[in-house]
Structure formats: C-alpha cells, structure tokens
Design a binder for this molecule. Structure first.
Ligand SMILES: [Zn+2]
Length: 277
C-alpha cells in the first residue's frame, strides 16, 4: 500500500488481488478469437484501486476483485460473457486483500466512503462493490446502457448507480463531470476499452493525478501510442490515447493505469508522465 499527498488531498493505492491476462489481450493483436486461443499468459498484474481522501468526502476509484472469483462456479451465472471471462482471465485473491478489509487497515470504514467511481464495468473493477452499499456509485450512462464484456449477475442486488452525463465542458476531453464541488476531482470520458470507459483526474496546484482505468495496460503503451489487444473500438481507443497524451503535454500529470505494476511507485514519487513526440 502506498500513500501520497497532493495539497490537502491524500491518495492511497493498493492492489486487490492480481490478474493474469493472455499476452494478446495486453499487447496489440487482431482481437477476440486470437485472445481466446492464445496459450500465452502475462505475469501476475496488479489490480490497483485508489482511495482519495478529499475534504468533501472519501472517493474510491474502482473496487478490485473479491475472493469468490477463484471459485469455479462464480461466473457461471454470466452466460457467454461469464464463460469468456473464465477463459481469458486468471485471478489470485484472498479475502484479506478485498477492498473492504484493506480500507480497515487505513482506519476507513467502507460505510464512510461517499462516492465510488467505476471506470468501467469489468469484473476486476466491480467485484469489490459489495463493500459499498451506502456509497453513491458513479457510472457513465453509456457504460451502463451498453455494457461490454461485463457480467451483471455478479453485481450486488442493490446495485443502482448514479448514471452520469458529463455536464461540464473540458478543453481536452470535450466534457467532464465534477465529483467534488471544488472541481478538483473530475471524471472524464475515455472510451475505447468499452463504450463508456471513464477516468478520474485529481487536480493539484502543481500536478494532476490521472487515474486511467484500462485505457492502456501500462504507461509504456501511452508513450508508444499502442492500443491494447482487448478493446471495443480501436479507433475510439487511439483517439482517447492521443487525447491523454495531449493532456500530459499540456499539464504536469502522473498517468496511472489499473494494471501497470509501476503505477503506485510513480504516484509515490510524483513521477510525471512526460510525452515525447
Ligand atoms: Zn481491468
């Protein structure tokens, strides 16, 4: 677990289990059939979740995995998507690493979390939702209406997120949704990995923290303008990658994908993402 401070905002990062994906899932590839048939797996990758202690309340960005996913029957309810998820993902997670338990180590009660922002609805981002029945959960309207690759039967029964429309204009991303009234934590659309994928930006006085979800697997892929093997729409994804690159050129920012092993270290050392054309 790492903790860093940006002005009066504290950000914690910890990984809720680990995931392996097919190599063709992470690296550029022709797409789904190749990923299903690929015999080669990546190493274990982190599943970072981010906890933002802001004066207006605690914000959790993505909720990581839960132990039940290692049970062979967990995804059976999910039909074809459940089957595909079983074939293309492997997980390593114990109950002690679920987000609710790790929050307790920070002396944060899950019920004290005011907002949970989901970057998208894939299981490794939603499976910790069960810890937050009292939070306001923010999901992009397009993501909820057109889920891609998600397994809704794994969502808690009470799951009824606030579907956000981005109601502010944003110079880079076109539009944004302010989570906090001071505008220092905003959500921006970063679609391509799924229809309504979104990212969270914490805007500090000297640098921004860009919580990127699965826009790319690594910072390296952003540098190389490399679209991951798994994505809904490569054109949309490329456009998102270019927009984030432009953002990082115009503002000092730390770009932090969910499955990049180096993300937490970059956050801890405030290592900016410097784009070289
Ligand atoms: Zn993911």
């Amino acid at each position: 677990m790492i903790t860093t401070v940006i002005d009066d905002i504290t950000i914690h990062a910890f990984t809720c289990g680990q995931v392996k994906v097919k190599q063709s899932h992470r690296n550029p590839s022709p797409g789904a059939p190749v990923i299903l048939l690929d015999p080669f797996w990546t190493d274990w990758l982190p599943i970072w979740v981010w906890v933002i202690e802001h004066p207006e309340g605690i914000i959790v960005v993505d909720t990581g995995e839960n132990e039940q996913v290692t049970n062979d029957t967990y995804l059976r309810c999910g039909g074809v998507n459940g089957w595909i998820n079983r074939k293309i993902l492997r997980f390593d997670i114990q109950a002690s690493l679920e987000i609710g338990n790790q929050l307790k180590a920070l002396r944060i009660k899950p019920d004290a979390v005011r907002w949970v922002v989901l970057t998208h609805l894939h299981i490794d981002h939603t499976d910790g939702l069960k810890h937050f029945p009292r939070a306001e959960i923010l999901v992009a309207k397009t993501e909820f209406k057109q889920p891609y690759g998600s397994v809704p039967c794994t969502f808690p029964q009470w799951f009824n997120p606030r579907l956000i429309d981005y109601n502010q204009s944003n110079r880079h991303f076109g539009k944004a949704y302010p989570v906090t009234t001071d505008g220092r934590v905003i959500i921006v659309p970063t679609n391509g990995h799924s229809h309504g994928h979104q990212s969270v930006i914490v805007r500090g006085s000297t640098l921004d923290v860009f919580l990127a979800g699965d826009t790319t697997f690594t910072e390296q892929q952003l540098h190389h303008r490399q679209v991951a093997g798994i994505c809904l729409d490569k054109t949309m994804d490329s456009r998102t990658i270019d927009t984030i690159r432009q953002y990082c050129q115009d503002r000092p920012a730390i770009y932090l994908p969910t499955h990049d092993r180096a993300s937490a270290d970059r956050l801890k050392s405030h290592q900016l993402t410097r784009i070289v054309n």
